[in-house]
Design a binder for this molecule. Structure first.
Ligand code: ADE
Length: 352
């Protein structure tokens, strides 16, 4: 299996957010690629989903047909791209990896579809961001494995059908709700990826530490797991940061105490909240009496963009019950007041 990846979107991310340093993104991406599991056995967590996928793959192999188109949705960092790679490996086919913002012009999507070979997998990340034209090119490609091309102008317009090899599209999105109905309906299989529990994350951490030759004990792994917001991508980043700390401040081994000390220094609390999460919650509590307050107002006040708040901060705060979404904006929960050490809610009700 070979992986062909399209890096354009990373350049766009950098342009969109000048705070993200290009070297950091490249480094993170290379690091992530180097530790990606390639088999279902090595892929930790998402147990129910893995079992279903194994059956789907076996059936497709028995029928000697490509897999149905698949849609994975859920918060970022839970392993959607990794899972697509595992599926390709298991099917014994190549995978081409791209993302919707890199398919801006019709020729981008046409080019990639025409380059596919029979049975290959096309992975499109952030598929909810696909533009209308690209979507319409994709419909007949997904449904009938053809490209409908038009030439000429108004009176003389001609349509041509170009056959494509049978392929599988794997779409990934953090926002299933923003996918258009017609596109969603063309996926035969739709799955949600769940946050990982602490035991699963500890296993991910131990596996990564093994690959990177990092010395860690069980308790050290569990401390990092508990502060990783149910997300392997965060767990893997933290294990590296904690390992640096262990090397410089201790003897290199990650134990419970070393992990606690390092994560305190990184200002990641026992819930896994970082400075931005706490800033967001404190803003709503102190300036808006607990909310509701609109997302744009929050974004402007804490200097983050709306998309980062919606995609990165919110899913975990919502899942932890610290934040609530209401039609009138975001509200913090009594649990958030408690977690941040406030004694009263809404400047009236007592917590204790
Ligand atoms: N690294 C990132 N996600 C992983 C997973 N689900 N299993 C093992 N290692 C991982």
């Amino acid at each position: 299996m070979s992986i062909i990846s399209d890096d354009n979107d990373f350049c766009k991310q950098i342009k969109r957010n000048p705070n993200i340093k290009s070297e950091t993104i490249e480094f993170d991406k290379n690091f992530e690629n180097s530790i990606r599991p390639k088999t279902f056995e090595a892929y930790i967590g998402q147990t129910a989903l893995k079992e279903t996928l194994k059956i789907t793959i076996e059936a497709a192999k028995k029928r000697e047909l490509p897999l149905d188109h698949l849609l994975f949705y859920g918060p970022p960092g839970l392993g959607k791209t990794t899972l697509a790679g595992v599926i390709a490996e298991q099917m014994g086919v190549d995978i081409k990896i791209t993302s919707a913002p890199a398919l801006e012009r019709p020729r981008d999507i046409i080019g990639i579809l025409m380059s596919l070979k029979g049975g290959e997998i096309l992975f499109i990340d952030e598929i909810h961001r696909l533009n209308k034209v690209a979507e319409e090119i994709l419909y007949p490609a997904m449904e009938d494995f053809v490209l409908d091309m038009t030439t000429g102008k108004s009176q003389t317009v001609k349509t041509m059908r170009i056959p494509l090899p049978k392929f599988t599209l794997i779409g990934a999105t953090t926002k299933a709700g923003e996918l258009s109905g017609p596109l969603r309906d063309r996926f035969g299989i739709v799955h949600r990826l769940e946050f990982y529990n602490n035991e699963e994350l500890a296993k991910v951490i131990e596996r990564t530490a093994g690959i990177l030759n990092i010395d860690i004990d069980e308790k050290g792994a569990l401390v990092i797991a508990k502060r990783s917001r149910g997300t392997p991508r965060i767990a893997n980043r933290l294990v590296k940061r904690v390992s640096d700390f262990a090397l410089v401040k201790h003897d290199g081994k990650i134990t419970e105490n070393v992990a606690d000390e390092a994560l305190d220094m990184l200002k990641i609390d026992e819930f896994g909240l970082d400075t931005t999460d706490r800033l967001l919650l404190k803003l709503i509590i102190e300036k808006y009496d607990g909310g509701p307050v609109g997302i744009e107002t929050i974004a402007a006040a804490i200097g983050e963009d709306v998309r980062t708040i919606e995609d990165v901060c919110e899913p975990f705060l919502l899942q932890k019950g610290l934040l609530q979404r209401t039609p009138r904006g975001r509200k913090v929960s009594p649990e958030a007041y408690r977690h941040l050490g406030y004694k009263t809610i809404n400047s009236q009700q007592s917590l204790f």
